[in-house]
Structure formats: structure tokens, C-alpha cells
Design a protein around this ligand. Structure first.
Ligand SMILES: Cc1ncc(C[n+]2csc(CCOP(=O)(O)OP(=O)(O)O)c2C)c(N)n1
Length: 965
């Protein structure tokens, strides 16, 4: 006999006063409780009716759950529609009239018969608490025949829109959707709205025809077949404006981008024509030497859009994206959230900003970053108030059929991972498209959660206009060939219903085409120059740096008394928070002690001082990464947890709660916000998100910290296409700052290196010393004060630059790497090169240039070898832009006497900074003096996996550095 094992006792977690874990629920800036919307439960009378009419309830629930499978949502109708016998009322014992039974679609018909019938033809059923009918169709009566019920269910759930929402765990959400659908699923559209939609479709089609004629050899990824995307966007923007949205943030790929930009948004057609002709669209003040501009299908805009009848516009931000599909998705999410910072006291997230994310069907299912991005939707520091996702599902990738693209039934199945409702609609029925969008938006407004529209369309031509799709998809393209265009179909429908006249339609089309034709001469380069780009909203105080400006030190020192107080406040927990005793002893007491002395400040303290002083000056900070609240090395403790309840406090966040006793460094701005984010275990989506955040305001320091620097490369696409090259392609500045723990300590191939060499490859640093504007800064700092200055420099310049810090691991608490308050005081600043004090430079026989923590290990060895004074170490703290002048000055005292010059590194020779540094160091050396490499030989992995191998390698490096002295 099967015996059930006794259940193990449940593990009890510490619980807050409310009975549930409160970590992050209170006390961390940036967290907002999800918007609650509840519907009343069924009344006792309704519940009784549901119990009495259980078979009817089962039938209705079947339609809600399975109806989408039989809906008519594929304009090509190529796939075999599945049989869904669960939709046949007779399967539940009901009788239908012969007329209604004859009308049942094949997919519904069940072959299970005969059944004992629970009803006779014409019997009425009480639908109270089971099925909603529109108020207009039946007065107050809740009694309906099975014919009425079956017809209604098929209309609502199996028409041109298919709904998936029964997987939603919240009964309030399910009931909200059910009620909306059942009461008003086919609400007619106003004729004006229909005409406006038709005009959009016609304009989009016209644009594609016009460009095909005028520029037949340019790939533009036209929208033909998928024009309903225009209706989706127009409906979203128009409806969003009606409910008070001010900004729509839009991330989208190539398909139909030009149609949207020029035919709904107001991107100047002359810019499009310039791009078609291979000319830049950035203005002449963005010279080619510094700005590479970007391709046609990456055009972007921030533009006002005034919906028909609206008094004023909302702003649509269609963000720049690279070719890498879906990379823009998390970027746009970050942008949408950051637009809401500082958060309003009265508006909940999403109140004034709507995030819209458009995807292709192949990319949505295929690109992992989509799953990573979806996972951000409801997380405390990533939620933006709900995104409307639109999958423009043309049922094919480049040439790959959807059956080869995904393992799931629908292109959108992935979104079920976050329990988002999904609405499938055919793009051939623009009225249904608008209805689907309105439903999706209504859900998003009520619950401020993600929702998905699967817009099922087709692609009339190849992936691009130079392809022949029939090579690979002959059946599909045979079908497409015979389909009238979407605009034509809708035009016929509107003409038949007397909403539009054929002559008006024809004259609209021809005058629009004439307007397009007229742009060609106007866009002639002799007549038209791209207009100047104003700094984006909020960036008015910023300017563009000039060549060589990076070499000027930036004043970043702060009054010592202010710093001391900020430091003390950084570990001050509210009195009702009980801290872990070890944390008090090891972290807080030590910090307090070092601040009192004004010496021995470790990296984490320096960071807290940089953060706190920036906040006092009115800058906002967002620090995001895996376990960043505590810090990978348990060094930061920016978030303190109460040992009884897990309630948390972020001391630096409370800096503004009472004034500092010492004179303030305040800029007159209110104290900034400090958002500390323990991110999900994603790099790609999270770094993308932070890039979006970085673009919104120059007053926010966006920091992403890797758990270990090694893991940044799962976000490589963002680093290549945004961090490194966003400014040069799109003329947009960003202060995105990466902290990548880096250091060779025997931790193995994947916990040692942030791959300095790869970031060096991403810089625009010229091969030879010449003035330039760097695209980013790469640093490897070795003292706490240097780190302090560096973080502050990010915000104290009049322009913004990405910064990559190969940040410390082992030296975080090393006394030798600690700094004094005096090293952070007014008059001090970041030093790109650190050199050592030498009593008698003439005695120095060897100079070793290096970067990072190897310095401290070699200093120790030098002492042990008794070689102080004979060998000097010069630390390259900023690797790029390469500090020629500072390095040259550091070498000066030893030029005459030093017999040898070494570059030493922990990394293998095919990694680290050597190949970048060597030719540049050479440029500040006299002729004939050669830089020698000391480090590991080239390796297939960056560090050995065995501690003893690592130590052998280290010993060889040390031996070579000191050899012959
Ligand atoms: C990450 C990435 N891989 C490959 C490509 C090459 N590529 C460009 S479009 C495309 C097909 C996209 O299909 P889908 O997502 O359905 O969008 P559609 O073009 O059909 O609208 C491919 C494979 C790319 N741009 N990005």
C-alpha cells in the first residue's frame, strides 16, 4: 500500500510585525508598493447560482481558458487550427437549436455523443455570477438560453481577438478582464477614429511604395502587411494622453520604424531622405571625426505628439537602438523608470509615464534578454508602472519559419513567466486591433503591470526589400500574394459601412503621395542641413567637452568636517533597528574609529563619503548590482537589516532628514535621492536598464556593479553598442559607471579578471599621442582617496562620460590602500598616475610601471628583499585616456639613472593592459629605451584554476621584477 511520508516541518523565517518579510518593503528609497485594485467577491446569491449551474460554469470557464485557441487571429490562416472540443456546449450536456448547432465552427465540434442532456432546447439558465452580458442586450434579466450563451461566448472569446488571462494568479485581475470583455468586447469605434486609422494605414503603405520606387536598392525593413502596428501605436498614444500620461517611452526594432517615425511621429522626411542617400543626420556641429552617426533603421526621436482633439501634446521618446535585436528592451525600461525620478508623492509609478516595448516575433522568443527584461517588471527598483509589449508577429524571422523559431505555441508564451495577460489580434482588422489595445491599456492602468499584445500580421516582402521570400517560404508567399493590402481591406470595409467615400480615399492617397514626392527636392543637400540638436530635456547645464579637456584635473575635494559627519551618518541606523553584533563590531565601529582619527579610511568608507557628499550637493545616485546593498565582499553595508524583522534602513538615504552640524557643501539643491538596488541575477538586462537610467538626467549618477568583474561579459552587447559607442553614434552623453571587481588572487579563471584588455579595445584612444575626446574612462585605482575623487569627478564635470572602474577586491580593507581625510580635502583631486616618494632618485636602478593591486604585493617583496630605494613603482591609475603627461612627469626623476624599465602585470600577456600600454609608454621614453614585459605568458584562460599554479606564476613575476638588482 502506498504510504504518504510525513511532511517535513516548515522552516520558520523571522517575520515582521505584519506577519510577512519586510526586507525591501519599507525603508529603501525607490520602492513603491504595487497599485492595488480589488473587485468584490461573488455575492452569496451568485455563489449559490454558480454551485447550482456548475455545468454552465464549466462551459463558460472553458471559453475563457481555451477560447483563444479557436479564435480567428491569423490573417494568413496557414497553421492548422487545433480542435477544441471543450468549446462544444453539447459536451456539457446542453442542447442547442439546430440553427446554432449548424453554425458551430468545426474546431468546436466534439465527437463525444450521445450524452445525457442536462437541458432541452430553449431552456433558460441563470447566468448570474457566471457570465456577463452587455447591459444593453438584456435589461436586468439574468436568464439566457443556451443558444444565446453559446453565441455570445463564441463572439467574445473566439472572434478576431483571442485572450489569454486565465493563467493570472490574481482573481481580481481575471475578473476585471472577464467583465470588460464580456460587457464590451466589440464596442464600436467612432467613425472619426476609424477614418484616422485608415489614413495611418494608407500613409504607411504609401511611404513603403514611395521609398520602393525612389530608393529601390536601400534596405528599409518596410511595414507592408503589418501596418496595423501604426494603429496600435496611435491608439496607445491617444488613449494614454486621455488618462494623463505625459511621456511615452518606446523601444522598438527595425520593422516599420521609418513608417512610425515619419507617418505618426513627426520626424522630418528630409532627414529620412538624407539617410536614404547615405548622408549624416547629425548636424554639422557633430563632426565625423568624433561622431560616426548611425544607419537608417536606427533613426530615433524625442518629439511632441498631440492626439486628435487633445489640447496639448505628450512626449514620445523613441530611443536609439543598435542592430542587436531586443537590446533596447531593458534600456527603454530603465529610461521609463528614471523619467519618474524623483518619485512623486502623489502619483504612483506609471501615472504619467507609459512604457511601450515593440518586438519581432522571432526575437521575442529567441533572445534571452527578453526573459531577463520581463523579469524586471515587478521588481522593487525596476518597476516602471507596467509596460505594454507589442509583438509585431509577422510569423517569420529572417527566413526562418515560426515552427523553427520557438518551442512554444504562441510567439508570446514567454510573457506568461510574469503572469502577464496576452491579447492576440489579427492585424487585418484594425477595429479589433484598437479594441485589443484599449483593453491592454485599461489593464495596465488599473494594475500597473505588463501586458502583451500579439499583433498577428504578415510580411508582404522579404526580410528586407532586396530579398526574395519565395525562395524559402513559397506557400506562405503564395497566400500573401493574393491578399489585398491591409489599408485596402479596411478602406473597403469603411466604404461599405459609409464611413468613408471612395473618392475621399483616393484623393487622400494621392495628395499624400504628392507631399512625399515634394520632399525629394527639398531634401537636397544644397538646400537642407540637419538642424542643431538641443541638449535633451534636463541636460541644459551640460555641454560637449573639447579635445584634451580630459587632462585637466577636476576639483573634487570636500571639507574634512563635512566628510567626517557624512561618514558617521553613513553607519547611523535608526534606534529601532537592531543590528547584527558582528556588523557593529567589524564594520561600524571600524568606520567610526577611522573617521575620528581622520586616517585609515578604507575603500567602502571613501565610497560612502563620495556618495554622501554628492547627495548633499543635490545629485541623485542609483547603485545597482547583485547583492550591492551589502557588497560582494561584505564591505559596503549600505542597507542595514533589523535582526528581528528584516526591516531595513539605508543610512545615507536619510542624510537630508536633519541638517549637518558642520557647514554644508550644499549647492542649494535639495539633498539627492539614493537608491540602492540588489538586482536580480542578470547582467544583460540590468546593465541595459542602467544605461536607460543614465540617459535621463545628468544629475543622477548611475552605477552598475558586477558581482565579480568577470561577469560583465554577459552584458557585452550593451557595453559594445551603448556604453562604448552610444555617444559617437547618437550624440547622447551618459555617466554610466561600472564597478568591476578585478584582481588576481588565485580565485580561478572566472573570479579574477574584468577583462581590462577588452574595454581597452572599446576606447577610441588614438595610437599616438594626439588631442582627442575620449569615449570613456578606464581606471584601476589603488587607494581609497582615488576612488572617492573618481566617483565625484563623474558628477562634477560639465559633461558626462561613461566610466569603468576595475575595482578592488583584496585591497578593499588593506591598511596600505587606506587614505586620510586630508587626501580628500579641498584642493585634492584624482591623480591618473601615482608615484612613490624616493629620497635619492639617482639610486633608482629600475622603474616598474604597473596598475592595480600587484603594487602592494611587490612593495612587500621589495621590503623583504631589502631593495627599497633601488626600484620604484609607478602606478597607472587611469589607463585610458592614457595619461602621457602625468606618466612622463613621474618618469622624469629616474630618466638618467634607471637602467631598466618594466611593465608588470598579473594577467597573461594576451590580457590585461600590456598591449595597449606598451606602445604608449614607449612614446614618453627616450629613443633606444625599451619597455620590458613581466607577467604570465599568453593563456587560453585568463587565470589558472589551481591555486598552486597561480602561486608559481606569481613567484615568477616577483622573481623577474627583482632579478639582477
Ligand atoms: C541579436 C541579433 N541576431 C541576429 C540579427 C539578424 N537579424 C536581423 S532581423 C532578423 C529577423 C528578425 O525577425 P523578427 O524578430 O520576427 O522581426 P521581423 O524582422 O520579422 O519583424 C535577424 C535574424 C540581429 N539583428 N540581432
Amino acid at each position: 500500500m502506498l504510504r504518504l511520508r510525513p511532511q517535513p516541518r516548515r522552516l520558520r523565517l523571522p517575520r515582521g510585525a505584519s506577519g510577512c518579510r519586510t526586507l525591501h518593503d519599507q525603508g529603501v528609497w525607490g520602492y513603491q508598493a504595487p497599485q492595488e485594485f480589488t473587485l468584490p467577491d461573488f455575492s452569496p446569491q451568485e455563489l449559490a447560482n454558480r454551485a447550482r449551474n456548475a455545468s454552465l460554469l464549466r462551459l463558460v470557464e472553458s471559453y475563457r481558458r481555451h477560447g483563444h485557441r479557436a479564435a480567428l487571429v491569423d490573417p494568413l490562416d496557414l497553421a492548422k487550427r487545433p480542435n477544441v472540443p471543450a468549446l462544444d456546449p453539447r459536451r456539457y450536456g446542453f442542447t442547442l437549436s439546430s440553427d446554432v448547432a449548424a453554425n458551430l465552427r468545426d474546431e468546436f465540434v466534439s465527437d463525444v455523443k450521445p450524452l445525457e442532456q442536462v437541458s432541452a432546447e430553449g431552456d433558460k439558465f441563470n447566468v448570474e455570477g457566471i457570465l456577463d452580458f452587455p447591459k444593453s442586450t438584456g435589461g436586468t434579466s439574468e436568464e439566457r438560453t443556451m443558444d444565446e450563451i453559446a453565441t455570445r461566448l463564441a463572439e467574445v472569446y473566439c472572434g478576431g481577438i483571442a485572450y489569454e488571462f486565465m493563467h493570472l494568479p490574481s482573481k481580481h485581475e481575471r475578473r476585471f478582464l472577464e467583465t470588460m470583455l464580456e460587457q464590451s468586447h466589440a464596442k464600436p469605434l467612432e467613425p472619426e477614429e476609424q477614418v484616422a486609422h485608415w489614413q495611418l494605414l494608407a500613409k504607411s503603405e504609401n511611404l513603403d511604395h514611395f521609398l520602393a520606387k525612389r530608393f529601390p536598392n536601400v534596405k528599409r525593413y518596410g511595414l507592408e502587411g503589418g501596418e496595423a502596428m501604426m494603429v496600435v501605436c496611435a491608439t496607445l498614444f491617444n488613449e494614454a494622453k486621455k488618462v494623463g500620461v505625459d511621456d511615452v517611452v518606446l523601444g522598438m526594432p527595425h520593422r516599420g520604424r521609418l513608417n512610425l517615425l515619419t507617418q505618426l511621429l513627426d520626424l522630418d522626411m528630409k532627414l529620412l531622405i538624407r539617410k536614404m542617400r547615405g548622408l549624416p543626420t547629425l548636424p554639422p556641429s557633430f563632426p565625423a571625426s568624433q561622431f560616426t552617426d548611425d544607419v537608417l533603421s536606427h533613426l530615433f526621436t524625442t518629439t511632441p505628439y498631440t492626439p486628435p482633439g487633445a489640447a496639448d501634446p505628450l512626449t514620445v521618446h523613441l530611443l536609439p537602438n543598435p542592430s542587436h535585436l531586443e537590446t533596447v528592451t531593458p534600456v527603454a525600461l530603465g529610461f521609463a523608470r528614471a523619467l519618474q525620478v524623483p518619485f512623486s508623492d502623489t502619483d504612483s509609478l506609471g501615472e504619467r509615464v507609459l512604457s511601450v516595448s515593440i518586438h519581432g516575433d522571432a526575437a521575442f522568443g529567441g533572445q534571452g534578454v527578453v526573459a531577463e527584461s520581463l523579469n524586471l517588471a515587478n521588481l522593487p527598483h525596476f518597476a516602471g508602472g507596467g509596460t505594454c509589449h507589442v509583438v509585431v508577429n509577422n510569423q517569420i524571422g529572417f527566413t526562418t519559419a515560426s515552427t523553427q523559431s520557438r518551442s512554444s505555441f504562441y510567439a508570446t508564451d514567454l510573457a506568461k513567466m510574469i503572469s502577464a495577460p496576452i491579447v492576440h489580434v489579427t492585424g487585418d482588422r484594425p477595429d479589433d486591433v484598437a479594441r485589443a489595445v484599449k483593453l491592454a491599456l485599461a489593464y495596465q492602468r488599473k494594475f500597473r503591470k505588463d501586458v502583451v499584445i500579439d499583433l498577428i500580421v504578415y510580411r508582404r516582402r522579404g526580410h528586407n526589400e532586396l530579398d526574395e521570400p519565395a525562395f524559402t517560404s513559397p506557400t506562405m508567399y503564395n497566400r500573401i500574394k493574393n491578399l489585398p493590402s491591409v489599408a485596402k481591406l479596411y478602406e473597403d470595409h469603411l466604404v461599405a459601412s459609409s464611413v468613408l467615400s471612395s473618392s475621399d480615399a483616393a484623393s487622400f492617397r494621392s495628395s499624400h503621395l504628392a507631399a512625399l514626392d515634394a520632399v525629394i527636392p527639398e531634401a537636397d543637400p544644397t538646400k537642407f542641413t540637419p538642424p542643431e540638436l538641443p541638449m535633451p530635456r534636463g541636460w541644459g547645464d551640460m555641454r560637449w567637452p573639447v579635445e584634451g579637456e580630459w587632462e585637466k584635473p577636476v576639483e573634487t575635494g570636500v571639507d574634512e568636517q563635512v566628510l567626517r559627519e557624512v561618514g558617521m551618518r553613513s553607519v547611523e541606523a535608526p534606534s529601532d533597528i537592531t543590528l547584527h553584533p558582528r556588523l557593529v563590531k567589524m564594520h561600524i565601529a571600524k568606520r567610526v574609529q577611522s573617521l575620528e582619527k581622520g586616517e585609515g579610511l578604507d575603500f567602502a568608507t571613501a565610497e560612502a563619503l563620495a556618495f554622501g557628499s554628492l547627495l548633499l550637493e543635490g545629485d541623485h545616485i542609483r547603485l545597482c548590482g547583485q547583492d550591492s546593498g551589502r557588497g560582494t565582499f561584505s564591505q559596503r553595508h549600505a542597507i542595514l537589516a533589523d535582526q528581528a524583522s528584516e526591516r531595513v534602513a539605508v543610512p545615507l538615504q536619510s542624510l537630508g532628514s536633519r541638517p549637518l552640524a558642520s557647514s554644508s557643501t550644499s549647492s542649494g539643491r535639495p539633498v539627492g535621492s539614493f537608491e540602492v538596488v540588489n538586482s536580480p541575477l542578470s547582467e544583460y538586462a540590468v546593465v541595459g536598464f542602467e544605461q536607460g537610467v543614465a540617459w535621463v538626467s545628468p544629475r543622477l549618477l548611475p552605477i552598475w556593479e558586477a558581482q565579480f568583474g568577470d561577469f560583465h561579459n554577459t552584458a557585452q552587447v550593451v557595453l559594445d553598442t551603448y556604453l562604448g559607442s552610444g555617444e559617437t553614434k547618437w550624440g547622447m552623453q551618459s555617466a554610466l559607471t561600472l564597478l568591476l571587481p578585478h584582481g588576481f588572487d588565485g580565485a580561478g579563471p572566472e573570479h579574477s579578471s574584468s577583462r581590462i584588455e577588452r574595454f581597452l579595445q572599446l576606447t577610441n584612444e588614438p595610437l599616438t599621442r594626439s588631442p582627442f575626446v575620449p569615449n570613456m574612462h578606464l581606471v584601476n585605482v589603488t587607494t581609497a582617496a582615488q576612488y572617492f575623487h573618481l566617483l565625484r569627478r563623474q558628477m562634477r564635470r560639465e559633461y558626462r562620460k561613461p566610466l569603468v572602474v576595475f575595482s578592488p577586491k583584496g585591497i578593499l580593507r588593506l591598511p596600505a590602500a587606506a587614505s586620510s581625510l586630508a587626501e580628500m580635502a579641498p584642493g585634492t583631486s584624482f591623480q591618473p598616475v601615482l608615484t612613490e616618494h624616493v629620497d635619492d632618485p639617482s639610486k633608482v636602478e629600475r622603474v616598474v610601471i604597473l596598475s592595480g593591486k600587484l603594487y602592494y604585493e611587490l612593495v612587500k617583496e621589495r621590503q623583504e628583499h631589502g631593495l627599497d630605494g633601488k626600484i620604484v613603482f609607478i602606478r597607472l591609475e587611469e589607463i585610458s585616456p592614457f595619461p602621457y603627461a602625468a606618466l612622463s612627469a613621474a618618469l622624469d626623476p629616474f630618466r638618467k639613472t634607471a637602467r631598466s624599465l618594466i611593465w608588470a602585470q598579473d594577467e597573461p600577456s594576451n590580457a590585461g593592459a600590456y598591449t595597449f600600454v606598451a606602445p604608449r609608454v614607449q612614446q614618453v621614453l627616450p629613443r633606444g629605451v625599451k619597455l620590458r614585459y613581466v607577467g604570465r605568458e599568453a593563456m587560453a584562460t585568463v587565470a589558472p584554476g589551481v591555486k598552486s599554479y597561480f602561486e608559481e606564476g606569481r613567484k615568477r613575476i616577483e622573481a623577474e621584477v627583482f632579478e639582477g638588482l
